[in-house]
Design a protein around this ligand. Structure first.
Ligand code: AMP
Ligand code: ZN
Length: 448
């Protein structure tokens, strides 16, 4: 496979560290609110990555985390914890909020037919590992204590600016004039936060005789080290993660263990909706549920996402979603025709599709190959393995009476009994099917 690597800013040939197992980590959602379609966009692309790796003969070992504590509402180290914010909004406990929105996320994850990660890790299950990492960073002189937390000293980590090509001088110059924090450098960040007097923070753990909670980046660093060990093959996230979250993860892990954190970094671009950013205040934080209410299936949305490349900017509109829905239906019906006509054996097109997605996840190219070539039923089954769009399962499991009705209609037409033939067409429609007459005979098709 060839993949664009944010680390080197080039497309590189992917080679795993261990040929038998590809170690992958994906930064998961903060479970304080309903995950929206923007959030799911990147998970859909990583699903394609996992499927392409598997079909290329690799065995992915993939960890996804759920941020159920400590992700502050601003990327700076002040501001309120997102979980606390959710709890205040809904008058629930933070634990209830985390549980509810974790389940919400996972339900949608399954609706999109995304391959189950090897393990899903909740940040709150790794506090011990977090604190061991804080200890190690402190011992090695990378972390220092202030009145409100333990901070990472970015000036000690010489390559801090490299990953995101950060301009630290510019950052320094742009820092607020009233910058009164005890931080040594503007770019220093909290690895552990202490709870201040009078501050309401329900999730808390004792460290150095005070109560506190982990900084956001620390959980990923600790989970990766605990679950995947040193130097992983691929780390994925959204482009928003590059300058802060991933830059800080790298600093923590590489400073602590003196090993490269990940060989490949993949970042998915952002989608906009009607050419505006997705935001609560604009009322456009559509969820998969919203799309379902409007008559779309979750997999129609997956189809829409995969029509574009993971590095491209995408603009979502319901008009384009309808286009994706129709395209998916057309593919299902083409697969149904191949099945009924007995065009079964896999062809070279399957290999061409795999090659397209293996070339930096070029799903748009793979889609155009599908549109412009004749596929056998086994090719369509392969398309389902690559993209998880569930085009073929429904074909093999259609009720027996559907092909039976098609035969009865043929007989009726032979006997010029058009009233019966029309009645059968109506029965088919009631069951969400239709019939097409071709030179090769009549075949059933899905209506939706
Ligand atoms: P959060 O739960 O807020 O941490 O968001 C999880 C991730 O979803 C973000 O870090 C982004 O990588 C991704 N994300 C959020 N908004 C969008 C968007 N509009 N398009 C694509 N990805 C997004
Ligand atoms: Zn992360």
């Amino acid at each position: 496979m060839r993949l664009y690597n944010t680390l080197t800013k080039t497309i590189e040939l992917f080679q795993p560290i261990n040929p038998n197992e590809v170690k992958i980590y994906t930064c998961g959602p903060t479970v304080y609110d309903r995950a929206h379609i923007g959030n799911f966009t990147s998970y859909i692309y990583w699903d394609l990555l996992i499927r392409a790796l598997t079909l290329s003969g690799y065995t992915p070992r993939r960890i996804l985390n759920l941020t159920d504590v400590g992700h502050l509402a601003s990327d700076a180290d002040d501001g309120i914890d997102k979980l606390e914010k959710g709890a205040a909004r809904e008058e629930k406990t933070v634990w209830e909020i985390a549980d509810y929105y974790s389940n919400y996320f996972l339900e949608n994850f399954h609706k999109l037919n995304l391959v189950e990660p090897t393990k899903i890790c909740r940040a709150t299950d790794y506090i011990e590992q977090d604190l061991a990492l804080v200890d190690l960073l402190t011992q090695k002189g990378y972390a220092y204590e202030t009145s409100d937390g333990i901070y990472f000293d970015t000036s000690k980590f010489k390559t801090y600016a490299d990953f995101a090509r950060l301009d630290l001088d510019h950052l320094r110059a742009g820092a607020r004039v009233d910058f009164s924090s005890e931080k040594r450098n503007v770019s220093d960040f909290a690895v552990w936060k202490f709870i201040r007097e009078g501050e309401n923070h329900a999730m808390k753990w004792e460290y150095l005789g005070r109560f506190g909670y982990p900084g956001w980046h620390l959980e990923c660093a600790a989970i990766i080290h605990a679950e995947l060990g040193e130097t992983i093959d691929i780390h994925t996230g959204g482009i928003d993660h590059i300058p802060i979250h991933h830059t800080n993860e790298i600093a923590e892990v590489e400073a602590a263990f003196d090993k490269k954190m990940a060989n490949f970094w993949l970042h998915a671009n952002f989608i906009t909706i009607d050419n505006t950013k997705i935001s609560k205040s604009l009322g456009n934080t559509y969820t998969i549920e919203h799309l379902e209410e409007k008559g779309y299936q979750p997999l129609d949305f997956k189809m829409w996402v995969l029509q574009g490349h993971f590095q491209g900017t995408r603009n979502f509109s319901f008009n384009d979603l309808s286009g994706a829905k129709n395209r998916r239906l057309a593919w299902k019906n083409r697969a149904a025709l191949a099945f009924q006509k007995g065009i079964i054996k896999k062809t070279a097109i399957s290999q061409a599709i795999l090659e397209a997605v293996s070339d930096n996840l070029n799903s748009p190219l793979a889609f155009s190959l599908i549109d412009t070539n004749e596929l056998s039923f086994n090719d369509w089954e392969f398309v389902d393995l690559v993209f998880g769009l569930e085009l073929t399962k429904c074909i093999q499991s259609i009720p027996n009476f559907i092909p039976q009705l098609i035969k009865e209609r043929e007989q009726a037409r032979l006997h010029k009994d058009f009233i019966v033939a029309d009645d059968i067409r109506a029965q088919l429609a009631d069951n969400n099917f239709t019939v097409i007459d071709t030179v090769d005979g009549a075949f059933w098709q899905f209506l939706a």
